[in-house]
Each structure stands twice: as C-alpha cells, then as structure tokens.
Design a protein around this ligand. Sequence first.
Ligand code: SAH
Length: 350
Amino acid sequence: MKNELFNLIDKLEKEQSLTLGEYQKLIENYCSELALYSAEKARHSCEKHHGNKIFIRGLIEISSYCKNDCYYCGIRKGNKGCQRYRLTKEDILSCCKEGYALGFRTFVMQGGEDAYYSDEVLCEIIGEIKRLYPDCAVTLSLGERSRESYEALYKAGADRYLLRHETATKEHYEKLHPKALSFEERMRCLRDLKEIGYQVGCGFMVGSPYQTSKHLAADLKFIEEFSPHMCGIGPFITHKDTPFRNEKSGSADLTVFLLSLIRLIKPNILLPATTALGTVDGKGRERGVLSGANVVMPNLSPLSVRKKYMLYDNKIATGQESAQCVADLKESMKEIGYEVVTERGDFKNK
Ligand code: SAH
C-alpha cells in the first residue's frame, strides 16, 4: 500500500492527472511521510515555473453586507450579530494608495453580495484604480453576477476574478447552501468568467461539513479539467453564529497535502497560502509555501473594519496577516528560502 501511494505521487508529477479513485486513495491514506514526499515534489514543480518568488496581493474587504445565507459563512444575511459596513470609493482608493507604497501591485476587492455595488459603482472604482495605478492588476471576489455584469467589469479594467466553486459535487453543494443558490449557477459563473477573458480562480474549503474523500477527489478532478489560473483552498473554520456552529473545523495537515497535489496537477497555477490556513496553524502560511503555494494575500482593509469581516471565528487580520507588516512577511519567507516580490504576478501559460 505504502509503495503504491508514493508511486501515485510520481505518476501525478509525470502526468498531471490521476483517476478519481486514485485521488481518493491518496486522500484517505496519506501520512506525514507521504505528505513530505509530495510537498518536496510540489516545491520542485513550482520552482520550475516561478523560481523562489512569492507574489503578494493586497486584500481589500469592501463590504460585509450579503444577500446570501451560506450555512458556513459568518457574514451570511441571517447572522444578526454581524456588524455591517461598506467601503466607499474613497476608502478603497486610500487602501490602494497605502498598498502601492508598501509594494503591492495587485489589489483584490472581496466582499459579500451587496447590491450597493452596482456595475456602475464598481466600474467607476475599477476605472479609477487602473487610471491611478496602471501597473497594477485588479482582482474581484464579489460572488455571483450576470454574464453582462462580468463583461462590464472586465471592460472597466478588472483582470482577475476569484469565485470558489466550494465543492464540485452538486449534492454536497446543496448541503452547504440554501435553495436560493445553485450548483449550476456557480458553474455558469465560472464558465462565463473564463470565456470573457479573466484570469479565474476557483477553490474549496477543506473539511467542510458533510465532505467526504470522494468529494475532495472530485474537487481535484474539477481543477484538472476546468484548469483555473488560480485556486484558493483553506480549512473550513466554524463560526459561532451560523447553522454550522457545532461542526468541526478542517485540518491544516490535509490542507497542505491537498495544496501539494494541486501544485502537481497544475505546475504553473497561482496558489495562495490562505488566511484560513494561517488561522488554524500559526505556521500555516510557511507550511503552505513549503507545500507548493506561491501567493500570499495580506489584509489591506482599513483597520476600523477588519474585525467586522468575520467569515469564521478568530480570523487573523493583524501581525503578518496585515499588509502593513509585509516586512515581517518578507523576513519569514526569506527564512524558508523564498523571496516576496513586487511584480504583478500574472498567470503565465508555459
Ligand atoms: N461573496 C464572495 C466572497 C466570499 S468570502 C463569493 O461568494 O465568492 C471568500 C471565501 O471564504 C468563500 O468562497 C469561502 O470558501 C470562504 N469561507 C467562508 N466562510 C468560511 C468559513 N467558515 N471557513 C473557511 N472559509 C470560509
């Protein structure tokens, strides 16, 4: 058995593809020795494309208002305890100004699905960022919108879009979301974003309620086939004011193992070591990078709102998670042999 698992890692490295059953076998039977083996191969594969560079993205959390009621998420509409806020164009531009001075060349605007941000409002903000910072990339992470809306935002200058698929299995998707949200619509959005020309990121939570190894295998297969430019994964973390308040959080060990598999599937993908990983494990970000991640997304939101964008309990937003502490981040990446760079860090098709 043990040999068989190591052979599967070799096969994945060589062919960038495994069967659903093979993925499932790896996920069900991995041990620390196998994870180390896979991480080493993942680092090697990442280095071939990106050297030892780590790209940084300034994350601006523009709104905690959301019309959706995802069972896992702390800013869901039904959470009466969530403090709501939204940033104005001026707020967002001042985050960009600060971020630019700190060396950020990608700004990510993320938020709940908040009707205040109409196409008109967003196009104006995007246009202004691109006018002031023509050398920067703008990434959006604002949930599901119509194809026309995605097209308008792309025309206004948005370069990338992050929309996690959350799970590639319809039945599982329906256990994580209320009826108003559908798996088909999520997939429609991802397809549209890609067709329009965005660099697209999908992704999922590790250890979300009801998740099985079969679901995770399907997530890996989905990444193989959809071939996103970016992929964000992090452990599910319980939030005390959601329907999943009594569910267990996901594991950092499994998350970093999956990161290494994703790197082997897509050697040139942009793969962040996420905030959720850094929240469940104080060394999560470093462990992520040592397993093949090559992106970190420090928090650039105004300090006054950081505690209000609580997707899950104890979400970190200060220390090295803070864009203002990028010097510390540089230092800790240097200690493990990596260099934080200022360049935009676009997806490169090689
Ligand atoms: N409204 C946007 C942004 C959502 S927040 C959208 O729909 O894309 C970004 C991601 O945080 C989500 O896609 C989800 O995967 C993750 N997330 C939400 N709640 C979480 C939780 N409790 N634990 C871990 N990750 C969570």
